[in-house]
Design a protein around this ligand. Structure first.
Ligand code: ZN
Length: 219
């Protein structure tokens, strides 16, 4: 069987079993979506957003790119964020990185991979910003540390967008949170990084950074 035929076959089975379990599910979903969450995650195939957090279609709005970056001029990510916050009125924006991220590793090691190096440059900025902290840990642990620091910075970027600032100014309930997912155990590590008001950004940033530096397990 052609590999893509197998995917279509899988789809038919999934559709049927979902309809058997929840009659009317797709029809209801086709009329509207009202997810409470926006997920900004890595494109890595091992980090499937809905499955990790046990949410059904319709419950999670998703944006994924290499190394879960929120770049201030990335119209793709900003458009997703704007639609999620202003139209869908999500209550949570979750930036979820993952340990062992290939993008983060390539950035850390100055790998030369072509066009993507320009994208990874944003992670190198994070690396350079926290260079003294990174140098304190043994080399094998640096990738995972940078994965956490990257989430910390991307959460900050989300909070600093006009979209989130405007929502907060208008009194909209919105929390921006940073997590890191473990490929080896399938568990999410909460970085203690949840921001619901602009005045808490600096304080939360510094406490989360201190926790990361101490490698505290906050769970
Ligand atoms: Zn990744």
């Amino acid at each position: 069987m052609h590999p893509l035929q197998q995917l279509i076959k899988n789809n038919r089975l999934w559709s049927q079993s979902t309809r058997d379990e929840k009659p009317g599910f797709f029809l209801q979903l086709s009329e509207q979506q009202s997810p409470d969450y926006l997920w900004i995650g890595c494109a890595d195939s091992r980090v499937p957003a809905n499955e990790i957090v046990g949410l059904l279609p319709g419950e999670l709005f998703v944006h994924r790119n290499v190394a879960n970056l929120v770049v201030h001029t990335d119209l793709n990510c900003l458009s997703v964020l704007q639609y999620a916050v202003e139209v869908l009125k999500v209550r949570h924006v979750i930036v979820c990185g993952h340990y062992g991220c290939g993008g983060v590793q390539a950035a850390l090691e100055n790998s030369q991979l072509g066009l993507i190096d320009n994208w990874l440059r944003h992670i190198q900025d994070v690396r350079d910003k926290h260079q003294s902290l990174i140098e304190l840990v043994p080399e094998p642990d640096r990738v995972d540390l940078l994965c956490k620091l990257n989430v910390l910075e991307q959460v900050t970027h989300v909070c600093r967008t006009t979209i989130v600032r405007d929502a907060w100014r208008a009194g909209q309930e919105l929390t921006v949170t940073g997590w890191v997912y473990g490929l080896k155990d399938g568990l999410i590590h909460d970085l203690g990084l949840s921001i619901s008001t602009p005045d808490k950004l600096a304080e939360t940033y510094h406490s989360a950074l201190a926790n990361i530096a101490q490698d505290d397990d906050l769970e």
